[in-house]
Design a protein around this ligand. Structure first.
Ligand code: GUN
Ligand code: ZN
Length: 438
């Protein structure tokens, strides 16, 4: 198989945060109308105008033509549960009932290797179909759910973060581990998978209510012992959850303090939701260099609340964008952007298309400390690319035919685009998905 080719067509990538104004800050955006990405053994060897690059290309190199399309860095999902794929769209509950009624029974099935392997493959097929080339993934408390996921991601050459859920109380027996057994399993999985190929390990205490102090403590020690490990959990998503945490941890001054007391809040920690937080708690997260995952479709679906991006901005707290499937209703980053815009509108803080696509790519890569590898189209980056089709549907074709600026085109894609808009997905230099062309 040839590992060396050129993708030619319009391309967009961010060099910096474009800022929140209507127009991006000078120098923050790279847009080439007739661009070229020279792919070489899974990496981007050069990015330039096609005509400028052409003289330095080896004779006979394959050039794939994407005129009329738009190339971007592959999308990143900072928080998603692969094991909840089959309970998306479960009716009518808020968080705690939804967990007990739908989530825990579904997760109990991941004790079976065959089930885990099958769902891992379907999930990764779906990620490729929606243009997501990297995700930070919750598995279940069963080590086999993690092995199955990593094996499938490794075989495909994907950059993924994942981890075994730690939960040693307040959940069905089929899902609980023990404080130390859970840590031992995590250590073994870290040894087998962290840093293998493009994979990384996230320590995954589900959320404060399902771990004992002993388990949280042991998790904190492990995180401190290996500063390149990640941590993912949930924080301040729902009022019932917050009240429960206050009952379970009366010594803590607030929900975040539970995690702080156990040394779980660091620069590689992702806290999903973080909706109901004081400005002071946000400032503490910012101080630690942590990020909060904004999961707009999930927050709307479970009725959890409206995420205040500007409050984060005020204290310099990084947020990432996430689907949070199975509570989220859309795996596709375009769906996440559409909902993020709508949530922003309800708070009087609309999200520009520049901000949206920045966060879905370079912003998320930075939040996850992966920007040395992914998140932008630049020389030396890994070749993870999504090719969008602005004419994917008759309606989208009609609407985008009327756009006069790149800004308008991006906004139309963000509001009207969906999985059909993803024409191709490349990861690790290989085409991993091509939309069926009628
Ligand atoms: N809090 C604890 N577990 C979960 C989960 O699986 N999904 C969501 N949305 N919130 C959680
Ligand atoms: Zn979640």
């Amino acid at each position: 198989m040839t590992e060396n080719r050129v993708l030619r067509g319009p391309l967009l990538s961010f060099r910096e945060d474009p800022g929140g104004e209507d127009q991006p800050e000078a120098g923050s955006v790279l847009y080439l109308e007739d661009g070229a990405l020279w792919l070489d053994h899974g990496h981007i060897r050069a990015v330039d105008d096609y005509t400028r690059l052409a003289p330095s290309l080896p004779p006979g190199i394959e050039v794939v033509d994407y005129s009329g399309k738009l190339m971007m860095p592959g999308f990143i999902d900072s928080h998603v549960h692969y094991v909840q794929l089959d309970i998306m769209a479960a009716y009518g509950r808020q968080l705690l009932d939804w967990l007990n009624e739908y989530t825990f029974p579904a997760e109990s099935r991941f004790v079976e290797r065959e089930h885990a392997e099958q769902v891992a493959e379907v999930f990764l097929d779906e990620l490729m179909r929606v243009g997501t080339t990297t995700a930070q993934v919750f598995c279940t408390s069963h080590p086999v759910s993690v092995e199955s996921f990593f094996i499938a991601a490794h075989r495909r050459g994907l950059r993924m973060l994942a981890g075994k859920v730690l939960m040693d109380r307040n959940a069905p027996e089929a899902l609980t581990d023990t404080a130390l057994g859970g840590i031992r399993d995590s250590e073994r999985l870290i040894g087998d998978w962290h840093g293998k190929g493009r994979l990384g390990y996230s320590l995954t205490p589900r959320f404060a209510p399902t771990s004992t102090r002993q388990q949280l403590d042991a998790t904190g020690s492990l995180l401190r012992s290996a500063p390149d490990l990640y941590l993912q959990t949930h924080l301040s998503e729902n009022h019932g959850e917050i009240d429960w945490v206050a009952e379970l941890f009366p010594e803590a001054r607030d929900y975040l303090d539970v995690y702080e007391r156990h040394d779980l809040v660091g620069p590689r920690s992702t806290f999903a939701h973080g909706i109901h937080l004081t400005l002071e708690a946000r400032a503490r997260l910012a101080e630690a260099g942590a990020n909060v995952a904004f999961c707009p479709t999930s927050n709307l679906f479970l009725g959890s609340g409206l995420f205040d991006r500007l409050a984060c901005h005020k204290v310099n707290l990084a947020f990432s964008l996430a689907s949070d499937v199975g509570a989220g209703t859309d795996l596709c980053g375009l769906g996440t952007l559409k909902a993020a815009y709508q949530v922003g509108q309800l708070l009087g803080q609309p999200l520009t298309a520049w901000q949206g696509f920045y966060h879905l790519t370079l912003g998320n890569a930075r939040a996850l400390h992966l920007d040395a590898h992914i998140g932008s189209l630049r020389e030396g980056a890994e070749a993870d690319i999504v090719v969008l089709d602005p004419r994917a549907t008759p309606l989208l074709a009609r609407r985008t035919a009327h756009t006069k600026t790149l800004d308008e085109l991006l906004f139309a894609l963000m509001m009207l685009g969906d999985d059909r808009t993803i024409f191709e997905t490349w990861a690790g230099g290989k085409c991993q998905h091509r939309r069926d062309v009628a």
